[in-house]
Ligand binder design. Structure first.
Ligand code: GZL
Length: 321
C-alpha cells in the first residue's frame, strides 16, 4: 500500500483514539474530595471506600486531598476544586465551624457540596446539598447505656474521657450522648476529659496523664478506637490491667478490625460502631443529582455495638473494615 496512505491512515487512527479518550475523559464525573487526614484506622477505611468507589471504570475522576487534620488545608483544597471547576465537591469537615465563606464561593461557582462523615455548622444549610454520616449522639448514648447496664448501681463509678478532635462532630456528638445518659446516674462521676485528637499517640499521652492524676479510675471512654489502643498501652505501662477482667474498663467508638482484635485479646471491653463506608452512599447521591432527583438532607449510616459477650472471631471474619 502507498506509504502516504499508510501514514494518513495511522494518523487518523491515533486521532480517533485520542478523540475517544478526550470524549471518555469529558464523560467522567469529576469529584473533588477534601478528606480530614489519615489519623485513624477509621479514616483509612473511609478514604479507601471513596477511592474504590470513585474510579474511572465507575465513570468518575476523583481528585483527592488529605488535609492532615488542618481546616486551612481543607479550605485551600475546596478553592482548588472550584478553580478546576469539578462537578461535585465532597468534604469531611475536620471541625464544624468556619466554612461559610468557602461554601458561598462553591455555591457562586454552581458546584454542589456534599458533606460526608462530619457536619458543618452553618446558618444557611442551602450552602451544602446533603450530609451522610454516623449518628454521633446516638453512639454516645448507646455507649453510656452499656456502661449503666454493666455497672448498675455500683456505689461510685469514676470515669475519664479521652475526647476526639475538639469541635469535630464526632467529638461533640459522642460527648453529648454520653452526658445525656450519665447525667441521670449520680453514681457515675466524670473525673476528667481531654482531647486525644483521635490518634493513638495522643490517646496514650492523655491516659498517662490521667493515671498520674487519679488512682481510682474505673472507666476510660475513648472517642475512637485508636485512642483506646493508646490508653491500653498506658494502662499496662502503669502496671494496671484493663478489659473485662481488668482494673479499668475501656470502651471506644468506630469498631475497626483492630478493636475486635483488642476485645479478643481481653484489653478492650466494647466498641460502638461508626460506619466509614460512605463512598457508595455518596456515589448514590451523585447519581440521583445527575438524574435531577431530590436527595434527603441528612442521611445516617447503619451502626451497631460490639462487646466481649459476642462471638467476636465470627464477626471479625466478616468485617469489611
Ligand atoms: C467519625 C469520624 C471520626 C472517627 C475517628 O465519623 O469523624 O474521625 O471516629 C476519625 O476515628 O478520626
Amino acid at each position: 500500500m502507498n506509504k502516504k496512505i499508510v501514514a494518513l491512515l495511522s494518523v487518523a487512527a491515533v486521532a480517533s483514539t485520542m478523540a475517544v479518550n478526550v470524549s471518555a475523559e469529558e464523560d467522567l464525573i469529576t469529584v473533588g474530595y477534601a478528606q480530614v487526614g489519615a489519623e485513624s484506622d477509621w479514616r483509612t477505611a473511609n478514604t479507601e471506600s471513596f477511592k474504590s468507589t470513585f474510579t474511572e471504570e465507575n465513570g468518575y475522576k476523583l481528585i483527592f486531598d488529605d488535609a492532615q487534620q488542618k481546616q486551612e488545608n481543607q479550605i485551600k483544597a475546596i478553592r482548588n476544586f472550584i478553580q478546576q471547576d469539578v462537578d461535585y465537591i465532597v468534604v469531611a469537615p475536620v471541625v464544624e465551624t468556619g466554612w461559610e465563606t468557602v461554601l458561598q464561593e462553591a455555591k457562586d461557582a454552581g458546584i454542589p457540596v456534599i458533606l460526608s462523615d462530619r457536619m458543618m455548622d452553618v446558618a444557611d444549610d442551602s450552602l451544602y446539598t446533603c450530609w451522610v454520616g454516623g449518628n454521633f449522639v446516638k453512639e454516645g448514648e448507646t455507649c453510656a447505656n452499656w456502661l449503666v447496664d454493666k455497672f448498675g448501681d455500683e456505689e461510685e463509678v469514676n470515669v475519664v474521657t479521652i475526647q476526639g478532635t475538639i469541635g469535630a462532630s464526632a467529638q461533640i456528638g459522642r460527648t453529648e450522648g454520653v452526658d445525656n445518659v450519665l447525667k441521670d446516674h449520680a453514681n457515675f462521676k466524670i473525673l476528667d476529659q481531654q482531647s486525644g485528637e483521635f490518634t493513638q499517640a495522643k490517646g496514650q499521652e492523655v491516659m498517662e496523664s490521667f493515671l498520674k492524676s487519679y488512682d481510682d479510675i474505673d472507666v476510660v471512654i475513648c472517642e475512637n478506637d485508636n485512642e483506646a489502643f493508646g490508653a491500653i498501652d498506658a494502662i499496662k505501662a502503669a502496671g494496671k490491667t484493663c478489659g473485662p477482667e481488668g482494673d479499668i474498663c475501656v470502651v471506644s467508638f468506630d469498631s475497626v478490625k483492630a478493636a475486635f482484635e483488642a476485645m479478643i485479646a481481653g484489653d478492650l471491653n466494647a466498641t460502638f460502631e461508626c460506619n466509614p463506608l460512605h463512598g457508595p452512599r455518596v456515589a448514590e447521591i451523585i447519581q440521583k443529582l445527575e438524574a435531577g432527583e431530590e436527595v434527603d438532607k441528612i442521611q445516617y449510616v447503619d451502626e451497631g455495638a460490639f462487646d466481649t459477650t459476642m462471638d467476636l472471631e465470627a464477626i471479625l471474619a466478616e468485617r469489611l473494615y
